[in-house]
Design a protein around this ligand. Sequence first.
Ligand SMILES: Cc1cc2nc3c(=O)[nH]c(=O)nc-3n(C[C@H](O)[C@H](O)[C@H](O)COP(=O)(O)OP(=O)(O)OC[C@H]3O[C@@H](n4cnc5c(N)ncnc54)[C@H](O)[C@@H]3O)c2cc1C
Length: 490
Amino acid sequence: MVSRKGASEGFVSGPHPSRDSWGFHHAGTNGGRSLPRVIVLGAGMAGLVAARILHDTGFPVQVLEARNRIGGRIWTVQDLGVPVDLGASWIHGLRGNPLVAWCQHSHIPIRRFPRGGVHFFHRGKAASGFRLGIKGMKGLARCALRYGHLRWRASLEGPRGNPRPRLMDLFDPLIRDDTLPELDRSLLLWLKTLQEAINGAPAHKVSISELVLVTPWTGNAVPTPGYGPLIQEMAAGLPIHLNCAVRKVVFQDGVVIVETAAGNFRADVAVVTFPLGVLRSGKVCFSPELPGCKRRALARIGYGADAVLNKVAIRLHAPPCPRKMERLGWLPGAKPKPVAFALWTHMASVVDAPVLVGYISGLAAARLDAAGGEEAAFKKAHAVLQVMFGTRLPHPVAWRSTRWLSDPWAQGSYSYENGLSAPEDRLELARPVAGRLFFAGEALHPEHYGTVHGALLSGEKAAREIHQRFCCRRPQDPLVPWRAQKGTWR
Ligand SMILES: Cc1cc2nc3c(=O)[nH]c(=O)nc-3n(C[C@H](O)[C@H](O)[C@H](O)COP(=O)(O)OP(=O)(O)OC[C@H]3O[C@@H](n4cnc5c(N)ncnc54)[C@H](O)[C@@H]3O)c2cc1C
């Protein structure tokens, strides 16, 4: 049934000694029905959730993954001597987030991070973001008014009006307005950079509705050992074929045949969880073609092209500042230009080591990702740290950097709202095709797109659809840890 050619070195399988069932019911309690074979394409959060739930319910499941590792856009590395997440790192929004309940259930510690306000550094001197904000109040007040005006105008025009305003329309006229003091314009440029990082896309692409107000009280947390233990726990006991890049998915005559670099796989049902960049690139083709409405929805949703968030993680010889300074910033001046590495987090309070993580998004990120190698990103990030800390910057002992846009299996970092797509597009993408192909992934969640919990919920939804169609018609909840453990974390 399965060609193992080339896949054996990356085959992850075997029973797990202390493993809870995540199924809808225990395998073998489905009234003797024979369940269809399921093939899950992609071992990121969405694929692993769907695979684990279905596998534990009794479906014969296999997972195919192009990389030599699982996790996809979740990628915890240990090269800096401590766990560092090069993809997702935060649990966004603590109330009702399934990841919080899951961490509690599995005793994976989480910590509110980063805490406190931003500390801007220049040549070793720190200035609190709060104090700079008071000095630059005129620019911030003008920005708040302009935001209200643009949203109001867009609401009058309705969804079919002029192109919806973008974050660029909010920030750029003010950054260029030389009647505003230089500090005010520089703060606005930094805020624009922050919004680009949050959305993982340049300001001229992101809808103004995506503006996120970040305060010292914003409810974000991180799993202190990184996301890795969650991925490992979920994948335990699943038959996963690594180094198994899918080229073609044929769904005809009641079977699905998946053609890969490591041979052909046959199943009754497939769950497709590829990132939008991969789906759009034509790297994987479908036969017959996916329906036109799905292809149009795929084209409309914001993802990749020149949109990316990248990180550089640097371990220094010693901490450059007190560990309670968790959010660090660099004011990039008042010229409207692409900005690199103006945002940093200081991880010492999480990993107990002098590790800084720098963020780059917007056009600066797309250019660097396309042009440079990983060292170019490190050099650029390190040069900014030298401006921030001057001669007090301890020397770097290890570093890692990412190029998610050039990564063939991601081709971007996460989907964003560009004002051209509607929530229905994400629902359209999630809709099964021919009762054989099911879909999951962060971009398919109409509300929590761009996040780990969005991917998790969409994987769970695909598993529900398959279970209800092929096993028990009555809707049920799977025994996943985030449903066993209700409650929120403060
Ligand atoms: C830099 C960065 C920072 C982020 N920060 C956060 C954060 O702090 N908090 C948060 O909630 N979210 C964050 N995210 C988003 C989050 O990582 C994603 O939303 C989520 O991990 C996506 O999961 P997924 O399963 O939908 O996709 P993926 O994780 O991309 O899984 C898809 C899988 O399919 C595989 N694949 C692709 N093509 C093929 C092929 N042809 N054949 C076989 N396999 C293939 C891929 O290798 C991958 O493993 C971040 C993302 C990035 C890149």
